[in-house]
Design a protein around this ligand. Sequence first.
Ligand code: 13P
Length: 287
Amino acid sequence: MLVSAKEMLTKAKQGKYAVGQFNINNLEWTKAILLTAQECNSPVILGVSEGAGKYMCGYKTVVGMVNGMIEELGITVPVALHLDHGSYDGCMKCIEAGFSSIMFDGSHYPIDENVAKTSELVKICAEKGMSLEAEVGSIGGEEDGVVGAGECADPDECKSIADLGVTMLAAGIGNIHGKYPENWKGLSFETLAAVQEKTGEMPLVLHGGTGIPEEMIKKAISLGVAKINVNTECQLSFAAATRAYIEAGKDLSGKGFDPRKLLAPGTEAIKATVKEKMELFGSVNKA
Ligand code: 13P
């Protein structure tokens, strides 16, 4: 059964570790992440962007697939199914489809409008027992056509959104979706510390988990980050392993063209990446 992310994140914040949100794209991704979470005895959040939801034939298809897998694979660790960077409409659709968690990304609205829309969703999520992530200060880079400039959040604005009763808060701290450019200045720990000071118990979310050096991840967790999102890194691992398989000519030998064989190395590569992240984030054996 899917669960809200509230309990796992409250425990993570108290225990000074982070739960990984791994974005899914298809059956192989979902299976790889769920099996790794179970193997690591770790709670996990499956992230679905609006683009990936569309690709997987809609949110109802995603809910059906994930619920089916949890049952058929005998997954017993806590799993939240979470809309990533949702629009207001996308949030409403996921609530209806049976997601257990949503992110409303109102970071591009003026703060008053972000507050108004987030407040409405706080009410609905409370009634449904769902968790809600809000965002202040956009995350840089591009993800599924959503482009952010990568600003640092205003800690006072973070407090006004946190006080609305959201479950977790994503604050821009110089993080970027996708690979980091050579001249990236690193995370702004000054901003993170100021946000943490204003928002207290609120689990903070670090987007753009791909390519952030280990030491920065650890420091971010020590400053209140309890959820870290990873997407691109699984895509890169999957692509590299699939490339190696094809370049070795394995699809041309025997039944190597069978999709169950062709996609196997990529699926294993996703598992390895997810395991590495769960170890780094400290969520192993915290289910
Ligand atoms: P990366 O693709 O950089 O790992 O970012 C993932 C993310 O933040 C999803 O919201």
